[in-house]
Ligand binder design. Structure first.
Ligand SMILES: Nc1ncnc2c1ncn2[C@@H]1O[C@H](COP(=O)(O)OP(=O)(O)OP(=O)(O)O)[C@@H](O)[C@H]1O
Length: 226
């Protein structure tokens, strides 16, 4: 279990997270939706220990970040590191020995190639493969479906279901509501750094309708297309 209490984050004078209270349980998949700039990535970075913050993040683990795999929206790789070396590097950080690299190569990536020369989607798939092979207990996936081909998206959906079955905690952000609705047990709606709705599976349809009405209702009249 991860319990976030009264979490706030400022960049200078700009408050980007405001008094967030959230709980994430084992064996559950959570979705975070919200417009661009709502604070999803910042929240993920705080949970992952990459940012300082005000408030409290408690977990069942002595050090949460030793059990957490974070997939960034745009993973970064140093030059002259092959896909294989990158996977090995992350495995070493958890003292895990990978005996059969090809078996773990779920997306069939060219692992002998430098990771920095991969395409956008390939980079995302490599970063995901590496955190999966780390045998983490908690996975935070920032827009995992974005920029990845259809077949790989299906694989990612299957992986998320499998992680749930393995009693892991999975937290995903996505702008594709239908994908989240198919995958998640609970969805949190963020706006301006706050969690404004916590919605269980039974009410996903209602949330989607509300979100669409809000967006279209406010914006469409402003369009003056010629
Ligand atoms: N390093 C930073 N320094 C200053 N401000 C930042 C920094 N990182 C993010 N922000 C600001 O924090 C706010 C939240 O950004 P964040 O990236 O968390 O949003 P998001 O919900 O993930 O957006 P998106 O859907 O576009 O990925 C934005 O106003 C952004 O400009």
């Amino acid at each position: 279990m991860i319990k976030i209490t009264n979490l706030s984050k400022f960049y200078g004078k700009n408050q980007v997270l405001n008094a967030i209270d959230l709980e994430f349980e084992k064996g559950k998949v959570y979705g975070i939706v919200g417009e661009n700039g709502a604070g999803k990535t910042t929240l993920f970075r705080c949970i992952s220990g990459l940012e300082t913050y005000k408030g409290d993040i408690q977990s069942d683990f002595k050090k949460l970040k030793d059990h957490l795999g974070l997939l960034l929206t745009e993973p970064f790789f140093f030059s002259k590191i092959t896909g294989k070396e990158y996977i090995q590097l992350l495995a070493n950080a958890r003292s895990i020995e990978i005996t059969d690299m090809e078996k773990g190569n779920i997306f069939d990536l060219p692992l002998e190639q430098y990771a920095s020369t991969y395409s956008t989607g390939m980079k995302k798939k490599l970063a995901l493969t590496a955190i999966l092979l780390q045998e983490n207990k908690v996975f935070i996936l920032d827009e995992p479906f974005n920029g990845v081909d259809i077949q790989s998206n299906l694989i990612i959906s299957r992986i998320i279901s499998k992680l749930k079955d393995l009693d892991k905690t999975v937290i995903i952000s996505s702008h594709i509501f239908s994908t989240l609705a198919e995958t998640c047990d609970e969805i949190f709606l963020m706006k301006d750094g706050e969690i404004i709705r916590k919605v269980k599976q039974a009410d996903f349809n209602k949330l989607e309708t509300e979100m669409k009405a809000f967006t279209i209702g406010n914006r469409i009249d402003m369009l003056d297309l010629k």
